[in-house]
Design a protein around this ligand. Sequence first.
Ligand code: NAP
Length: 254
Amino acid sequence: MNHWNLQGHRAIVTGAGRGIGAAIVAELLHHGASVLGTARTAADLEQLRASHPQAADRLFTLQGDITQPGEDARLIDHAVTSLGGIDLLVNNAGATFRAPAMESTTADFQKLIDLNLFAAFNLSRLAHPQLRASSHASIVNMSSITSQGALPNRLLYGTSKAALDHLTRALAAEWGPDGIRVNAVLPWFTKTPMTSTVLDDPVWSKRILHATPLGRVADPEDIARAVAFLAMPAAGYITGQLLAVDGGFLTKGL
Ligand SMILES: NC(=O)c1ccc[n+]([C@@H]2O[C@H](COP(=O)([O-])OP(=O)(O)OC[C@H]3O[C@@H](n4cnc5c(N)ncnc54)[C@H](OP(=O)(O)O)[C@@H]3O)[C@@H](O)[C@H]2O)c1
């Protein structure tokens, strides 16, 4: 058995329309998986399919908002219909929110939690029967380095991702006996539409690079490769882990 590929794996990727999610789809397809990608913007999903003509028979998309009632169940049903089952769930869709605590409301918090935490929780539970039936099941949650420390104006975002980290560890413990591994990837700044305003600001860009031992900002592919690894049989004894993909940011002292 080749432990370093995803041949025959059936994967759902949320937030697949652009940025890190689109890179994850490309990486999973490259390693032989079949993928169902979802996002709200139909044009992004069309673009995604157009980018992978060689994998047209293995790439499916479904437009939808995973925070809306019933949409999560529709996605899981569609995965069963189009892929024939689920071996991998990548809870990648997420949003950020930048403001100090005194300018943040519970409504802001609720919106963020609905996407960054509840959608991952709900999709994981809905996928559980399919995952339990798989012989190589795993979930990868897209967290953030922000879950590990207090970055300016990221209280709501960091809290939502810290909760996702705990969900990751708790599900890994609870669902290990079902043969389902659950891990999280924690990116530091990555070049996507989400971060373009910060990365285009020369002051912030300099600060970020100074804090990053590898001296560069991540490309979405850097993050996607970590996701693919965690899904592979090669990672078959790894569960409950929070994998920082951060160019060394967390380990840097002065
Ligand atoms: N970029 C970074 O530096 C960075 C760092 C740490 C962690 N992350 C995490 O990595 C993940 C991806 O980030 P990114 O930078 O690639 O973000 P992005 O460029 O904004 O892409 C987010 C994707 O999620 C989709 N999405 C958003 N809300 C959705 C919803 N309600 N239902 C379905 N799809 C939805 C978006 O499509 P639509 O808008 O069309 O729905 C888009 O395809 C997020 O969880 C983020 O928190 C990113």
